[in-house]
Design a protein around this ligand. Structure first.
Ligand code: GLA
Length: 385
């Protein structure tokens, strides 16, 4: 359950003996369709989810930064004089790494107290790191009296990951989290670095949306992700296009290497599937949306090779139940997104829990998303009442 404004205030007071000056809520995101397209200028269809990171902050008069997160349950102290040089020591790691990166990018000079409260599962493909980055940037900027435009906020969040933490991620996650709209999906255009709200009224049409965290470690995620980025760059270079958004299905037949051809095929068709999903949702054709989910998963598994046996099997079981499902995010473990009928939740939970148990796998975790959530926003007393 989401913490209330009052309970957040209280937690901050208990820890730091003062009231916070600023509270921001930064949601996670789930990508409905359109994976591994953003770093080739492509399309994606994420929503912000209610599972979030809350960052509370207050300026201090001295040169200390104190940070407490309910995730790691430890209080970190960082002394400002050592910060600038520490922030250059990359890649940075852990919570202190995120804080130092945000502090450095915002060119802060002052000490502060920061409290981080989260209901967002970590390392499951819900983009907990972009959520944390944006929450920190928003709260830190506000307590320093800086007004940072949204576009710049998105760029800074991406810099935290790419330049400070050494993670080669695209623009999808910060864009989805910053621009998320309650009750809408976002059509992300990575080439324009923009996203616009589009209808995806599943709940109003008798459907429900589930995130199924397969509880499998994403060990290969970083190295294989980098490899896919390189392979798609190589494919677009060979096709003489700036990125695969500009290539078409016929032109990829010119690629002699079958691996590059398969990677390019995924990206080109996945962009198409995003457009078709938007149309189908607008028409209320949920069977078509389900088929597009399955096709997307097939393509991510066969052509793009970012799935795992557990993800494939989970999608297959769900498909047998008539539920639209696909891996979501970077893959190599993490979560499946599933589109079911309202009321199918109990069936999904029972069937998958039993099937996982029979295989000797850890039980999956089921999160229902009743409706798309609002993106990054400041939390005030009125807003939560
Ligand atoms: C990760 C990256 C995103 C995107 C997805 C795959 O979440 O951070 O930029 O590439 O994988 O769609």
């Amino acid at each position: 359950m989401a913490p209330t404004w009052a309970s957040l205030q209280e937690q901050f007071f208990e820890r730091f003996g003062q009231e916070p000056d600023s509270i921001w809520q930064s949601p996670g995101r789930i990508n409905l369709i359109g994976d591994h397209t953003d770093y080739q200028g492509g399309l994606a269809l994420p929503i912000a989810v209610p599972y979030s990171t809350w960052v509370l902050g207050r300026m201090r008069a001295d040169q200390t930064i104190r940070v407490y997160s309910d995730y790691g349950q430890e209080e970190i102290h960082i002394q400002i004089p050592s910060m600038r040089s520490l922030a250059q020591n990359r890649p940075l790691r852990g919570l202190a790494g995120f804080v130092m990166a945000a502090w450095d990018l915002l060119r802060c000079e002052q000490g502060m107290d920061l409290l981080i409260v989260s209901t967002l599962p970590v390392a499951t493909g819900l983009s907990s790191s972009a959520s944390l980055s944006l929450g920190l940037l928003a709260t830190m900027a506000e307590i320093m009296g800086q007004s940072v435009p949204q576009e710049q906020m998105i760029a800074l969040a991406r810099m935290i990951e790419n330049e400070y933490l050494g993670v080669n991620s695209g623009i999808l996650d910060p864009l989805a989290i910053a621009k998320g709209r309650a009750n809408s999906a976002l059509l992300v255009d990575a080439l324009l670095q923009d996203a616009r709200p589009v209808p995806f009224d599943y709940a109003q049409n008798g459907m429900s949306l589930w995130i199924i965290d397969t509880q499998t470690p994403r060990t290969l995620a970083a190295s294989e992700y980098d490899k896919r980025v390189w392979e798609t760059q190589e494919a677009s270079r060979m096709l003489g296009v700036a990125n695969l958004r500009d290539a078409n299905g016929q032109s990829i037949e010119r690629l002699a290497d079958p691996v590059l051809r398969a990677r390019a095929r995924h990206v080109i068709r996945e962009n198409q599937r995003v457009e078709w999903t938007v149309e189908a949702a607008q028409d209320g054709d949920w069977d078509r949306v389900k088929s597009l989910f399955w096709a997307s998963h097939q393509s991510l598994s066969q052509d793009f090779m970012v799935s795992t046996a557990v993800l494939d099997q989970t999608v297959e079981w769900l498909q047998e139940m008539g539920i639209g499902a696909r891996l979501t995010g970077a893959g190599f473990g993490g979560s499946v997104v599933a589109l079911a009928y309202l009321g199918q939740g109990e069936d999904i939970t029972r069937r998958l829990t039993q099937a996982y148990c029979e295989k000797g796998w850890h039980s999956p975790i089921f999160l229902e998303v009743r409706s798309p959530a609002e993106g990054l926003h400041k939390l005030t007393y009125e807003r939560t009442q």
